[in-house]
Ligand binder design. Structure first.
Ligand SMILES: Nc1nc2c(c(=O)[nH]1)N[C@H]1C(S)=C(S)[C@@H](COP(=O)(O)O)O[C@H]1N2
Ligand SMILES: [Mo]
Length: 490
């Protein structure tokens, strides 16, 4: 019951986290490094529900323990619920996006609800070890009361979910129409997916776009109240409302985004047509001071990502993105605004739910993942992936299509080659190039002979430099090695 009421109040108050996600977030932050390194990948996907369900189950178990202990002493429930409340407030206080005094009030109300609901249950509980017709009646009454309390807790919790998910961000986003970009890109060319089933489409559908972040609950940012601040080592710090930012000239750019945790051949990479305000326009307006060597993006959820200002010197089209795939940014991908910087892994550049751009020095600040063992500078490595055939697939003998994508954002892809077993490197056909900042599709006609075969792929970037073939894990700055799959030919 305490949990349900806590969730309900958290859903109603914008700056109070849900107790479940607050505790879950602290679990993420305190988790040993090895667990979290796996977590940068998995928390983004299926492990988030797992962590939430786990937290709820643990709380329910603790509730049962408190219930049993309370039969011996009337002082135990207030102490136990008080303890939970303190824990919740501590969890909230470590979260910079949280108002902890409000969280304290929520914790107090939740705890009182818990104590009262337990008292009521205990008064109705039959004495232990007794039986008989009267006691059975008591037992039925107790079970009914317990079921009622449980139902109310679930109801309060679910109402909060509805309130939270139907929050301000979703409603506001539905009302937003993206401005027409200053120089719209031509419609994207027809990709190889038209003729090659199974190959990654040139532009990744938003629904299938990978998601990685440390946030347990997607931040619910009301664009009416949101501001973007440009601070630090600048001559003219300023801030913009969403309306002011959206009124600035916008551009479109096709950019491939990649996670540093992506294993060779992995799926944590995607390509989208982004729309937004050129980062350089905002920096020029602020007047970046000569000593500034790092640009740090700060998120409303406390996350930070930083990269060398020198990375922008080549004029790459970095954006404060407001749109993705022709729509306002989806909530999961950083609504109302995020950074997208071609050629840099997401954890150093692609701050979602962006609230501040701070100019500092490379020595002066370590962004979120740096003290956790990941490199400070992280350009995306040239890499290629085989999409077709799938690993360990059985294919008939004869002409088979081998196909996939290769990327070296900012440098472009000049060549992709495929090797069958220990044979020669065969040049693949390249698909249309959206931009040097995006991946490129490739296909190769393969005359498959019966037996087990190993297929390998390697890409060369726009400068003709072939990708690093040495197998290295993702930490500290991105995996290397060639993607290889085995296939059986019948
Ligand atoms: N606020 C916030 N922004 C973030 C992150 C995060 O944890 N919090 N993760 C970064 C990482 S590691 C990656 S790979 C990209 C992923 O962007 P996507 O979820 O839109 O694919 O977002 C980046 N931006
Ligand atoms: Mo990432």
């Amino acid at each position: 019951m305490a949990l349900g009421v806590g969730e309900l109040l958290a859903g109603l108050l914008p700056s109070v986290p849900s107790p479940v996600t607050a505790v879950g977030d602290v679990v993420i932050d305190l988790a040993p490094r090895s667990v979290r390194e796996g977590g940068i990948e998995t928390f983004g996907t299926s492990d988030k529900p797992a962590l939430v369900i786990g937290t709820v189950l643990v709380v329910l178990l603790l509730g049962a323990v408190v219930g049993i202990a309370s039969r011996r002493s009337r002082m135990r429930p207030p102490i136990a619920f008080g303890g939970f409340a303190v824990l919740g407030v501590v969890a909230a206080a470590t979260d910079p996006a949280t108002s902890w005094p409000l969280a304290a009030v929520v914790a107090l109300v939740a705890a009182v609800c818990g104590v009262l609901s337990l008292r009521r249950l205990l008064r109705a509980a039959p004495a232990a070890g007794t039986s008989g017709p009267l006691v059975d009646l008591d037992r039925r009454r107790f079970l009914a009361l317990a079921a009622g309390a449980g139902a109310r807790a679930v109801a309060a919790g679910s109402i909060s979910r509805v309130v939270a998910s139907g929050g301000r961000a979703a409603a506001a986003r539905a009302r937003i129409a993206l401005a027409r970009p200053r120089a719209p890109l031509p419609p994207p060319p027809v990709g190889l997916e038209a003729a090659t089933p199974g190959i990654s489409p040139l532009l990744t559908p938003i629904k299938g776009f990978y998601r990685i972040d440390t946030a347990l609950a997607v931040p619910d940012v009301d664009p009416e109240r949101w501001r973007l601040r440009i601070t630090g080592m600048v001559d003219r710090p300023f801030s913009l409302s969403y309306a002011e930012l959206a009124a600035l000239p916008q551009v479109e750019a096709d950019i491939t985004l990649c996670c540093v945790s992506n294993e060779v051949g992995g799926k944590l990479v995607g390509t989208a047509r982004w729309q937004g305000v050129p980062l350089q326009d905002l920096l020029d307006r602020a007047g970046v001071q000569p000593g500034a060597s790092q640009l740090v993006g700060r998120s409303v959820d406390g996350f930070t990502a930083g990269f060398p200002t020198a990375a922008l010197a080549d004029g790459r089209r970095a954006l404060v993105a407001l749109g993705m795939g022709g729509e306002p940014l989806p909530l999961r991908h950083g609504f109302p605004a995020r950074l997208v910087v071609p050629g840099l892994y997401g954890y150093v550049s692609a701050t979602k739910w962006l609230s501040e751009l701070e100019l500092s020095t490379l020595d002066g600040f370590d962004a979120y993942w740096v003290p956790r063992g990941w490199a400070k500078e992280a350009p995306i490595k040239t890499s290629a992936r085989i999409d077709v055939p799938r690993a360990r697939q059985q294919v008939p003998a004869g002409r088979q299509v081998v196909a996939g994508v290769a990327w070296a954002p900012t440098r472009g892809i000049s060549r992709v080659e495929v090797q069958v077993d220990d044979g020669p490197w065969l040049p693949a056909d390249l698909g249309p190039e959206l931009a040097a900042d995006t991946w490129r599709q490739w296909t190769l006609a393969w005359d498959a002979t019966p037996g087990e075969h190993v297929l390998r792929v390697r890409a060369s970037d726009g400068a003709g430099e072939v990708q690093d073939a040495v197998d290295r894990p993702a930490p500290p700055n991105g995996a290397t090695g060639l993607h290889r799959i085995s296939v059986g030919v019948a």
